[in-house]
Design a protein around this ligand. Structure first.
Ligand code: ATP
Ligand code: MG
Length: 252
């Protein structure tokens, strides 16, 4: 696939020199007696693709929900680009440059591809100051499908649309929750190529959750493993793959 067009200006919020794009400090979240996320500390650096893996129920989506403001953390803090965003609303966090896809992909089926992206793009000043809807559609290989109703799209295109929608808020940090689920091999490769291109051409920083271990290990610079809410290891893919704690978590 072709790379996203790099000819338009970068996202409006410049990175702060030095520090990580995202810093989670001892973040926990309990639901009644269940510690869904338990004392997780994690850093994500400029232009990095970080994989977040773990068995079903490990706390991955809950961590995304905390980062993006859907659930407040019970304890701990979330710092985005040097600013504490703990407890802010989802809208306030989006305005500060964090965008996410949902595990159910969040595409509005009755609208066309273009209208899905426009609906988000028109909503904030940050979006309008960033890349145009046309640039986003081209980057996600959706320009030829702009007038197609989203509900009629094949899975792979629908998934790239969910990424285009997330990009429409002009994020510094893109969080993708299971973008490969249900995709065949070719569709999977297209989504992986898109994520690589976004990092390569736009310098996007990406947090990537998926159960497709092979794809995560191929794509990501670093991988963190959650198990029963706790981060059990964090490192380059070739090291994490061999880590006995990760093997134990998956074998149960
Ligand atoms: N709103 C909620 N209320 C109560 N319990 C919840 C809530 N959200 C998540 N949980 C529980 O928290 C734990 C972690 O769930 P979470 O969805 O974060 O896991 P996950 O790692 O994303 O799993 P999967 O790989 O299946 O998507 C699970 O035991 C889940 O049942
Ligand atoms: Mg999940």
């Amino acid at each position: 696939m072709s790379a996203p067009t790099p000819s338009v200006p970068p996202a409006p919020t410049p990175p702060r020199a030095g520090g990580p794009v995202l810093h989670l400090r001892s973040v926990s979240r309990a639901f009644g007696g269940l510690k869904a996320v338990d004392d997780v500390t994690l850093e994500l650096h400029e232009g990095e693709i970080l994989g977040l893996i773990g068995p079903n129920g490990a706390g991955k989506s809950t961590l995304f929900n905390i980062i993006s403001g859907v659930h407040p953390a019970s304890t701990g803090s979330v710092v985005l680009d040097g600013r504490d965003i703990t407890g802010l609303s989802t809208h306030a966090i989006t305005r500060r440059g964090l965008s996410r896809t949902l595990q159910d992909h969040g595409v509005f089926a009755p609208l066309t591809v273009r209208a899905n992206v426009e609906a988000v793009h028109g909503a904030t000043r940050r979006s309008r100051a960033g890349r145009s809807v046309q640039d986003l559609l081209e980057a996600c290989m959706l320009a030829d499908l702009a007038d197609t109703v989203a509900g009629d799209l094949p899975h792979g295109c629908e998934r790239r649309l969910s990424i285009a929608i997330a990009l429409a808020t002009s994020p510094r940090l893109l969080c993708l929750d299971e973008p490969l689920s249900g995709l065949n091999e070719e569709e999977t490769s297209e989504v992986l190529d898109l994520v690589r291109d976004l990092r390569g051409s736009w310098g996007m920083t990406v947090l990537f959750i998926d159960h497709n271990m092979r794809a995560v290990m191929r794509l990501c610079d670093r991988v963190a493993v959650l198990d029963r809410g706790r981060k059990i290891c964090d490192g380059p893919p070739h090291e994490v793959q061999k880590d006995p704690r990760m093997i134990e978590a998956y074998l149960g």
